[in-house]
Design a protein around this ligand. Sequence first.
Ligand code: PMP
Length: 413
Amino acid sequence: MNAAPDALSFDALRYRADFPLLARRINGKPLIYFDNANTAQKPQAVIEAVDTFYREHNANVSRAVHTLGAEATSAYEGARDKLARFVNAPSRDEIVLTSGTTMATNLVAYSFALPRLRPGDEILVTTMEHHANIVPWQLVCERTGATLKAAPITPQGELIVERFIEMLTPRTKLAGVVHVSNVLGTINPVRELAKACHARGIPLLVDGSQAAPHMAIDVQALGCDFYALTGHKLFGPTGTGMLWARREYLAAMPPFFGGGEMIRTVSFDGTTFADPPHRFEAGTPNIAGFAGLGAALDYVESIGRERIAAYEHELLEYATVALKSIPGLRLFGEAKHKAAVLSFLIEGAHAHDLATLLDQEGVAVRSGHHCAHPLMKFYGVPATARASLAFYNTRAEVDAFVAAIARVRKLLG
Ligand code: PMP
Protein backbone atom coordinates (compact mmCIF):
# COMPACT_ATOMS: atom_id res chain seq x y z
CA MET A 1 0.00 0.00 0.00
CA ASN A 2 1.35 3.44 -0.90
CA ALA A 3 1.13 5.90 1.95
CA ALA A 4 0.91 9.62 1.21
CA PRO A 5 4.30 11.33 1.81
CA ASP A 6 2.79 13.38 4.63
CA ALA A 7 1.57 10.25 6.32
CA LEU A 8 5.05 8.74 6.21
CA SER A 9 6.65 11.75 7.88
CA PHE A 10 4.02 11.78 10.63
CA ASP A 11 5.44 10.81 13.99
CA ALA A 12 2.42 9.51 15.90
CA LEU A 13 4.58 8.32 18.79
CA ARG A 14 5.84 11.85 19.34
CA TYR A 15 2.29 13.23 19.62
CA ARG A 16 1.20 10.27 21.66
CA ALA A 17 3.63 11.30 24.38
CA ASP A 18 1.60 14.51 24.81
CA PHE A 19 -1.37 12.47 26.12
CA PRO A 20 -0.74 11.28 29.69
CA LEU A 21 -3.70 8.90 29.76
CA LEU A 22 -2.40 6.93 26.78
CA ALA A 23 0.46 5.66 28.98
CA ARG A 24 -2.01 3.72 31.15
CA ARG A 25 -2.21 -0.03 31.30
CA ILE A 26 -5.63 -1.65 31.33
CA ASN A 27 -6.00 -5.16 32.70
CA GLY A 28 -2.23 -5.50 32.67
CA LYS A 29 -1.95 -4.59 28.98
CA PRO A 30 -0.90 -1.33 27.32
CA LEU A 31 -4.04 0.69 26.59
CA ILE A 32 -5.12 0.75 22.96
CA TYR A 33 -7.61 3.58 22.87
CA PHE A 34 -9.83 3.08 19.82
CA ASP A 35 -12.89 4.93 21.10
CA ASN A 36 -12.05 8.37 19.78
CA ALA A 37 -15.39 8.90 18.08
CA ASN A 38 -16.98 8.61 21.51
CA THR A 39 -14.59 11.04 23.14
CA ALA A 40 -10.94 11.81 22.48
CA GLN A 41 -8.13 11.91 25.03
CA LYS A 42 -6.68 15.23 26.16
CA PRO A 43 -3.13 16.46 25.59
CA GLN A 44 -1.08 17.92 28.41
CA ALA A 45 -1.61 21.41 26.96
CA VAL A 46 -5.38 21.13 27.46
CA ILE A 47 -5.09 19.68 30.96
CA GLU A 48 -2.70 22.50 31.88
CA ALA A 49 -4.94 25.19 30.41
CA VAL A 50 -7.88 24.03 32.56
CA ASP A 51 -5.63 23.65 35.61
CA THR A 52 -4.06 27.10 35.11
CA PHE A 53 -7.46 28.67 34.64
CA TYR A 54 -8.63 27.46 38.05
CA ARG A 55 -5.29 28.12 39.76
CA GLU A 56 -4.68 31.59 38.37
CA HIS A 57 -7.58 33.18 36.49
CA ASN A 58 -10.87 31.88 37.84
CA ALA A 59 -13.67 34.47 37.75
CA ASN A 60 -16.96 34.86 35.93
CA VAL A 61 -17.11 36.24 32.39
CA SER A 62 -18.33 39.69 31.44
CA ARG A 63 -19.71 40.53 34.88
CA ALA A 64 -16.58 41.72 36.63
CA VAL A 65 -14.33 44.64 35.79
CA HIS A 66 -11.52 43.36 37.99
CA THR A 67 -8.39 41.81 36.54
CA LEU A 68 -9.47 38.21 37.03
CA GLY A 69 -12.81 38.93 35.38
CA ALA A 70 -11.00 40.38 32.39
CA GLU A 71 -8.69 37.35 32.22
CA ALA A 72 -11.59 34.90 32.39
CA THR A 73 -13.46 36.83 29.71
CA SER A 74 -10.41 36.85 27.51
CA ALA A 75 -9.98 33.04 27.87
CA TYR A 76 -13.65 32.51 26.99
CA GLU A 77 -13.79 35.03 24.15
CA GLY A 78 -10.39 33.82 22.98
CA ALA A 79 -11.94 30.41 22.35
CA ARG A 80 -14.54 32.10 20.15
CA ASP A 81 -11.78 33.76 18.10
CA LYS A 82 -9.95 30.46 17.75
CA LEU A 83 -13.09 28.57 16.75
CA ALA A 84 -13.88 31.23 14.15
CA ARG A 85 -10.42 30.73 12.64
CA PHE A 86 -10.66 26.94 13.00
CA VAL A 87 -13.79 26.74 10.81
CA ASN A 88 -12.93 29.84 8.72
CA ALA A 89 -16.06 31.70 9.79
CA PRO A 90 -16.41 35.15 8.22
CA SER A 91 -16.89 36.68 11.69
CA ARG A 92 -16.36 35.74 15.35
CA ASP A 93 -19.89 37.07 16.00
CA GLU A 94 -21.24 34.09 14.06
CA ILE A 95 -19.85 31.64 16.62
CA VAL A 96 -22.23 30.70 19.44
CA LEU A 97 -20.44 28.87 22.24
CA THR A 98 -22.47 25.85 23.33
CA SER A 99 -22.06 22.81 25.54
CA GLY A 100 -21.59 20.66 22.43
CA THR A 101 -23.25 19.61 19.22
CA THR A 102 -26.45 18.53 20.96
CA MET A 103 -26.95 22.02 22.36
CA ALA A 104 -26.16 23.50 18.95
CA THR A 105 -28.72 21.43 17.04
CA ASN A 106 -31.32 22.09 19.72
CA LEU A 107 -30.61 25.81 19.46
CA VAL A 108 -31.31 25.69 15.71
CA ALA A 109 -34.40 23.54 16.30
CA TYR A 110 -35.96 25.87 18.86
CA SER A 111 -34.73 29.29 17.74
CA PHE A 112 -34.65 28.83 13.99
CA ALA A 113 -36.98 25.99 12.98
CA LEU A 114 -39.77 26.18 15.56
CA PRO A 115 -40.91 29.73 14.72
CA ARG A 116 -40.82 28.98 10.98
CA LEU A 117 -42.45 25.55 10.76
CA ARG A 118 -46.10 25.22 9.70
CA PRO A 119 -48.23 22.06 9.38
CA GLY A 120 -47.17 20.14 6.28
CA ASP A 121 -43.64 21.59 6.25
CA GLU A 122 -40.69 19.23 6.11
CA ILE A 123 -37.19 18.85 7.47
CA LEU A 124 -34.87 16.53 5.57
CA VAL A 125 -31.97 14.61 7.13
CA THR A 126 -30.27 11.33 6.20
CA THR A 127 -30.55 7.77 7.47
CA MET A 128 -27.02 7.93 8.92
CA GLU A 129 -27.63 10.76 11.40
CA HIS A 130 -26.75 10.71 15.08
CA HIS A 131 -29.76 11.17 17.35
CA ALA A 132 -28.55 14.73 18.01
CA ASN A 133 -29.50 15.50 14.41
CA ILE A 134 -32.82 13.63 14.55
CA VAL A 135 -34.54 14.06 17.90
CA PRO A 136 -34.50 17.90 18.11
CA TRP A 137 -36.26 18.02 14.72
CA GLN A 138 -38.81 15.46 15.84
CA LEU A 139 -39.57 17.55 18.91
CA VAL A 140 -40.24 20.70 16.89
CA CYS A 141 -42.11 18.76 14.21
CA GLU A 142 -44.44 17.38 16.87
CA ARG A 143 -45.21 20.89 18.07
CA THR A 144 -45.86 22.31 14.62
CA GLY A 145 -47.34 19.53 12.50
CA ALA A 146 -44.24 19.40 10.31
CA THR A 147 -42.66 16.11 9.19
CA LEU A 148 -39.11 14.79 9.46
CA LYS A 149 -37.89 12.84 6.43
CA ALA A 150 -34.71 10.83 5.96
CA ALA A 151 -32.84 10.37 2.68
CA PRO A 152 -31.67 6.80 2.02
CA ILE A 153 -28.13 5.41 1.91
CA THR A 154 -26.53 2.52 0.05
CA PRO A 155 -25.48 -0.72 1.81
CA GLN A 156 -21.86 0.55 1.51
CA GLY A 157 -22.92 3.47 3.70
CA GLU A 158 -22.98 6.28 1.15
CA LEU A 159 -25.74 8.84 0.96
CA ILE A 160 -27.79 8.50 -2.23
CA VAL A 161 -27.28 12.10 -3.21
CA GLU A 162 -29.85 12.11 -6.05
CA ARG A 163 -32.52 10.87 -3.65
CA PHE A 164 -31.56 13.51 -1.07
CA ILE A 165 -31.93 16.18 -3.76
CA GLU A 166 -35.24 14.74 -5.01
CA MET A 167 -36.56 14.79 -1.46
CA LEU A 168 -35.98 18.56 -1.18
CA THR A 169 -39.42 19.99 -1.91
CA PRO A 170 -41.04 23.43 -1.71
CA ARG A 171 -42.21 22.34 1.75
CA THR A 172 -38.66 21.64 3.02
CA LYS A 173 -37.74 24.36 5.51
CA LEU A 174 -34.37 22.97 6.62
CA ALA A 175 -32.00 20.15 5.71
CA GLY A 176 -29.44 18.52 7.94
CA VAL A 177 -26.53 16.18 7.28
CA VAL A 178 -23.73 14.68 9.27
CA HIS A 179 -20.35 15.69 7.80
CA VAL A 180 -18.68 12.44 8.92
CA SER A 181 -20.79 9.54 10.19
CA ASN A 182 -19.84 8.42 13.70
CA VAL A 183 -20.77 4.82 12.81
CA LEU A 184 -19.71 4.40 9.19
CA GLY A 185 -16.98 7.01 8.85
CA THR A 186 -18.62 8.18 5.61
CA ILE A 187 -17.61 11.70 4.58
CA ASN A 188 -20.66 13.32 3.05
CA PRO A 189 -20.47 15.67 0.03
CA VAL A 190 -21.55 18.75 1.96
CA ARG A 191 -20.64 21.27 -0.73
CA GLU A 192 -22.80 19.50 -3.31
CA LEU A 193 -25.70 19.18 -0.88
CA ALA A 194 -25.43 22.85 0.11
CA LYS A 195 -25.59 23.87 -3.56
CA ALA A 196 -28.70 21.77 -4.13
CA CYS A 197 -30.34 23.15 -0.98
CA HIS A 198 -29.54 26.75 -1.85
CA ALA A 199 -30.86 26.38 -5.39
CA ARG A 200 -34.19 25.72 -3.65
CA GLY A 201 -33.81 28.38 -0.93
CA ILE A 202 -33.33 25.77 1.82
CA PRO A 203 -30.76 26.26 4.59
CA LEU A 204 -28.43 23.35 5.36
CA LEU A 205 -27.19 22.39 8.83
CA VAL A 206 -24.07 20.25 9.11
CA ASP A 207 -23.23 18.12 12.13
CA GLY A 208 -19.45 18.39 12.20
CA SER A 209 -18.86 16.45 15.45
CA GLN A 210 -16.76 13.75 13.80
CA ALA A 211 -15.27 15.86 11.03
CA ALA A 212 -13.70 18.63 13.11
CA PRO A 213 -11.10 16.38 14.83
CA HIS A 214 -9.97 14.77 11.61
CA MET A 215 -9.93 17.27 8.74
CA ALA A 216 -9.73 20.97 7.91
CA ILE A 217 -13.12 22.66 8.10
CA ASP A 218 -13.98 25.72 6.04
CA VAL A 219 -17.61 26.71 6.43
CA GLN A 220 -17.33 29.27 3.64
CA ALA A 221 -15.99 26.71 1.18
CA LEU A 222 -18.59 24.14 2.31
CA GLY A 223 -21.31 26.71 1.67
CA CYS A 224 -23.57 25.43 4.46
CA ASP A 225 -25.64 27.67 6.75
CA PHE A 226 -25.16 26.10 10.18
CA TYR A 227 -22.19 24.06 11.38
CA ALA A 228 -22.13 22.34 14.78
CA LEU A 229 -19.20 20.76 16.57
CA THR A 230 -18.36 19.42 19.99
CA GLY A 231 -15.15 20.12 21.92
CA HIS A 232 -14.58 16.82 23.69
CA LYS A 233 -14.06 14.88 20.46
CA LEU A 234 -11.62 17.58 19.40
CA PHE A 235 -9.22 16.79 22.28
CA GLY A 236 -10.85 19.52 24.39
CA PRO A 237 -12.92 19.35 27.59
CA THR A 238 -16.45 17.99 27.79
CA GLY A 239 -19.25 20.53 27.91
CA THR A 240 -17.80 22.73 25.16
CA GLY A 241 -18.75 23.18 21.54
CA MET A 242 -20.12 25.65 19.04
CA LEU A 243 -22.71 26.51 16.52
CA TRP A 244 -21.58 28.55 13.54
CA ALA A 245 -24.48 30.16 11.71
CA ARG A 246 -24.72 32.79 9.00
CA ARG A 247 -25.11 36.23 10.51
CA GLU A 248 -28.51 36.87 8.88
CA TYR A 249 -29.96 33.70 10.41
CA LEU A 250 -28.58 34.40 13.87
CA ALA A 251 -29.88 37.98 13.70
CA ALA A 252 -33.39 36.69 12.95
CA MET A 253 -33.39 34.03 15.68
CA PRO A 254 -35.12 34.68 19.02
CA PRO A 255 -33.34 33.39 22.14
CA PHE A 256 -33.91 29.75 23.00
CA PHE A 257 -33.32 30.11 26.73
CA GLY A 258 -33.10 33.18 28.90
CA GLY A 259 -31.28 34.49 31.94
CA GLY A 260 -28.15 36.45 32.69
CA GLU A 261 -25.55 37.37 30.09
CA MET A 262 -27.96 37.41 27.15
CA ILE A 263 -29.94 40.62 27.73
CA ARG A 264 -29.58 44.30 26.96
CA THR A 265 -32.22 45.61 29.42
CA VAL A 266 -34.67 43.77 31.66
CA SER A 267 -37.84 45.19 33.17
CA PHE A 268 -41.17 43.69 34.13
CA ASP A 269 -42.63 45.50 31.15
CA GLY A 270 -40.35 43.66 28.78
CA THR A 271 -36.81 42.62 28.08
CA THR A 272 -34.51 43.41 25.19
CA PHE A 273 -31.83 41.00 24.16
CA ALA A 274 -28.15 41.23 23.43
CA ASP A 275 -26.98 40.86 19.86
CA PRO A 276 -25.82 37.44 18.65
CA PRO A 277 -23.87 35.48 19.68
CA HIS A 278 -24.36 36.48 23.36
CA ARG A 279 -28.13 36.39 22.93
CA PHE A 280 -27.82 32.60 22.85
CA GLU A 281 -25.42 32.20 25.77
CA ALA A 282 -27.57 32.66 28.87
CA GLY A 283 -26.03 31.87 32.24
CA THR A 284 -22.50 31.12 33.36
CA PRO A 285 -20.77 29.04 30.72
CA ASN A 286 -18.06 26.39 31.01
CA ILE A 287 -15.31 29.02 31.13
CA ALA A 288 -12.48 26.71 32.16
CA GLY A 289 -13.66 24.27 29.50
CA PHE A 290 -13.37 26.92 26.81
CA ALA A 291 -9.89 27.84 28.06
CA GLY A 292 -9.09 24.16 27.49
CA LEU A 293 -10.80 24.08 24.10
CA GLY A 294 -8.72 27.06 23.00
CA ALA A 295 -5.60 25.10 23.93
CA ALA A 296 -6.92 22.04 22.08
CA LEU A 297 -7.44 24.03 18.89
CA ASP A 298 -3.92 25.47 19.15
CA TYR A 299 -2.58 21.96 19.68
CA VAL A 300 -4.39 20.50 16.66
CA GLU A 301 -3.33 23.46 14.49
CA SER A 302 0.28 23.00 15.61
CA ILE A 303 0.21 19.48 14.12
CA GLY A 304 -1.79 20.53 11.05
CA ARG A 305 -5.13 19.14 10.04
CA GLU A 306 -4.06 18.20 6.53
CA ARG A 307 -1.26 16.12 8.02
CA ILE A 308 -3.63 14.54 10.54
CA ALA A 309 -6.10 13.67 7.76
CA ALA A 310 -3.36 12.13 5.58
CA TYR A 311 -1.94 10.05 8.43
CA GLU A 312 -5.34 8.83 9.60
CA HIS A 313 -6.30 7.91 6.06
CA GLU A 314 -3.25 5.72 5.77
CA LEU A 315 -4.02 4.15 9.16
CA LEU A 316 -7.62 3.54 8.06
CA GLU A 317 -6.48 1.74 4.90
CA TYR A 318 -4.09 -0.39 6.92
CA ALA A 319 -6.75 -1.26 9.52
CA THR A 320 -9.38 -1.99 6.85
CA VAL A 321 -7.17 -4.54 5.11
CA ALA A 322 -6.26 -6.11 8.46
CA LEU A 323 -9.87 -6.36 9.68
CA LYS A 324 -11.12 -7.74 6.38
CA SER A 325 -8.65 -10.59 6.67
CA ILE A 326 -10.44 -11.83 9.81
CA PRO A 327 -12.82 -14.69 8.96
CA GLY A 328 -16.45 -14.02 9.84
CA LEU A 329 -15.92 -10.29 10.32
CA ARG A 330 -18.53 -8.00 8.80
CA LEU A 331 -17.51 -4.38 8.24
CA PHE A 332 -20.18 -1.66 8.24
CA GLY A 333 -19.39 1.34 6.09
CA GLU A 334 -17.21 1.12 3.04
CA ALA A 335 -17.74 4.53 1.52
CA LYS A 336 -15.22 5.78 -1.01
CA HIS A 337 -14.61 8.90 1.08
CA LYS A 338 -14.22 7.73 4.61
CA ALA A 339 -12.70 8.79 7.94
CA ALA A 340 -10.97 6.34 10.31
CA VAL A 341 -14.03 4.69 11.86
CA LEU A 342 -14.45 0.91 11.61
CA SER A 343 -17.75 -0.57 12.72
CA PHE A 344 -17.84 -4.33 12.70
CA LEU A 345 -19.41 -7.52 13.95
CA ILE A 346 -18.07 -11.05 14.14
CA GLU A 347 -20.34 -13.90 13.19
CA GLY A 348 -22.01 -15.41 16.23
CA ALA A 349 -20.76 -12.79 18.70
CA HIS A 350 -22.68 -9.95 20.29
CA ALA A 351 -21.06 -6.51 20.01
CA HIS A 352 -21.04 -6.07 23.81
CA ASP A 353 -19.29 -9.41 24.33
CA LEU A 354 -16.70 -8.40 21.76
CA ALA A 355 -16.07 -5.07 23.48
CA THR A 356 -15.92 -6.67 26.92
CA LEU A 357 -13.42 -9.29 25.83
CA LEU A 358 -11.35 -6.73 23.95
CA ASP A 359 -11.24 -4.65 27.13
CA GLN A 360 -9.62 -7.62 28.84
CA GLU A 361 -6.92 -7.25 26.18
CA GLY A 362 -6.50 -3.55 26.92
CA VAL A 363 -8.38 -2.47 23.80
CA ALA A 364 -11.10 0.17 24.24
CA VAL A 365 -13.74 -0.01 21.50
CA ARG A 366 -17.33 1.06 21.76
CA SER A 367 -20.23 -1.31 21.33
CA GLY A 368 -23.87 -0.38 20.98
CA HIS A 369 -26.18 1.52 18.68
CA HIS A 370 -23.91 4.61 18.70
CA CYS A 371 -26.94 6.90 19.07
CA ALA A 372 -27.97 5.94 15.54
CA HIS A 373 -31.02 3.67 15.91
CA PRO A 374 -32.32 4.30 12.37
CA LEU A 375 -28.94 3.29 10.94
CA MET A 376 -28.88 0.08 13.01
CA LYS A 377 -32.38 -0.65 11.73
CA PHE A 378 -31.19 -0.10 8.15
CA TYR A 379 -28.47 -2.74 8.65
CA GLY A 380 -30.80 -5.01 10.60
CA VAL A 381 -28.53 -5.25 13.66
CA PRO A 382 -29.10 -4.07 17.23
CA ALA A 383 -25.52 -2.96 17.75
CA THR A 384 -22.02 -2.97 16.30
CA ALA A 385 -18.54 -2.82 17.77
CA ARG A 386 -16.64 0.25 16.63
CA ALA A 387 -12.97 1.08 16.48
CA SER A 388 -12.42 4.79 15.88
CA LEU A 389 -8.88 6.02 15.41
CA ALA A 390 -7.03 9.26 16.04
CA PHE A 391 -3.64 10.64 15.02
CA TYR A 392 -2.03 9.24 18.18
CA ASN A 393 -2.89 5.69 17.19
CA THR A 394 -0.39 3.54 15.33
CA ARG A 395 -0.08 0.58 12.99
CA ALA A 396 1.40 -1.40 15.88
CA GLU A 397 -1.82 -0.82 17.82
CA VAL A 398 -3.86 -1.96 14.83
CA ASP A 399 -1.76 -5.15 14.71
CA ALA A 400 -2.28 -5.73 18.45
CA PHE A 401 -6.01 -5.10 18.03
CA VAL A 402 -6.28 -7.62 15.21
CA ALA A 403 -4.34 -10.19 17.25
CA ALA A 404 -6.68 -9.52 20.20
CA ILE A 405 -9.72 -10.09 17.97
CA ALA A 406 -8.24 -13.43 16.88
CA ARG A 407 -7.93 -14.50 20.55
CA VAL A 408 -11.44 -13.23 21.31
CA ARG A 409 -12.81 -15.20 18.34
CA LYS A 410 -11.32 -18.38 19.79
CA LEU A 411 -12.91 -17.68 23.17
CA LEU A 412 -16.29 -17.01 21.59
CA GLY A 413 -16.02 -19.82 19.07
N1 PMP B 1 -23.26 14.00 16.20
C1 PMP B 1 -22.35 13.03 16.03
C2 PMP B 1 -22.06 12.54 14.64
C3 PMP B 1 -21.71 12.48 17.13
O1 PMP B 1 -20.81 11.49 16.95
C4 PMP B 1 -22.00 12.96 18.43
C5 PMP B 1 -21.35 12.37 19.65
N2 PMP B 1 -21.34 10.97 19.69
C6 PMP B 1 -22.93 14.00 18.55
C7 PMP B 1 -23.53 14.48 17.42
C8 PMP B 1 -23.30 14.56 19.87
O2 PMP B 1 -22.25 15.26 20.46
P1 PMP B 1 -22.39 15.78 21.96
O3 PMP B 1 -22.94 14.64 22.76
O4 PMP B 1 -21.01 16.13 22.35
O5 PMP B 1 -23.31 16.94 21.94
